[in-house]
Design a protein around this ligand. Sequence first.
Ligand code: PLP
Length: 219
Amino acid sequence: MGLSDIRQRIASAAKAAGRDADEITLIAVSKVQPAERVEAVLAEGHRIYGENRVQEAQSRWPHFLERWPGIALHLIGPLQTNKARAAVGLFGAIHSVDRMRLVETLARLADERGTSPDLFVQVNTGQEPQKAGCLPAEADGLVEACRRLGLPIRGLMCIPPEAEDPEPHFRALAGMAVRNGLAGLSMGMSGDFETAIACGATHVRVGSAIFGARKAAAG
Ligand SMILES: *Cc1c(COP(=O)(O)O)cnc(C)c1O
């Protein structure tokens, strides 16, 4: 457990897949973790972090951003349209684009600000009713809308159903990315990032395996 162990496991998984580990971005998912754990990982030199709630990120990160240069924040949780303005002000990437109304809002904000976070369309590959993400059949349309509106669409993201083998979901997402000419694949968490890397992940989102177990459930 810990940052260096995860880095090593990423390197081994990349090697086993015949890939370059530099193609894989490690997003350390700091949601709900106590500040001292986050600071310990910052002190180890890691600069890319994931949060799943805009409000939580807003309350904790401005302080860290001042103290530690070069931090990039990724939003990995669902984004309500009324929090989009706050989100684009704080995050360098948003992994949860999942509906047309949000695409339109992000496009308006990008026009106004002259810049936009990198975007990933989240696909609900397991078609779970309670889960965020667009249906697989809607993904191409959302990617197309991002492009038409001039948004920096980088890839696709998924969270496979907890009780299932993640591999078919990762493979399905990889196929959708190829079909759409997208290079980015945000997939893989603490329990399955090596499988995700074997399936082509470019962004793995690892929380508890770096920071330790979370105290409260954070979705
Ligand atoms: C919490 C979370 C993660 C990290 O989960 P771990 O199992 O702790 O690695 C990754 N992706 C998303 C979208 C999350 O909400």
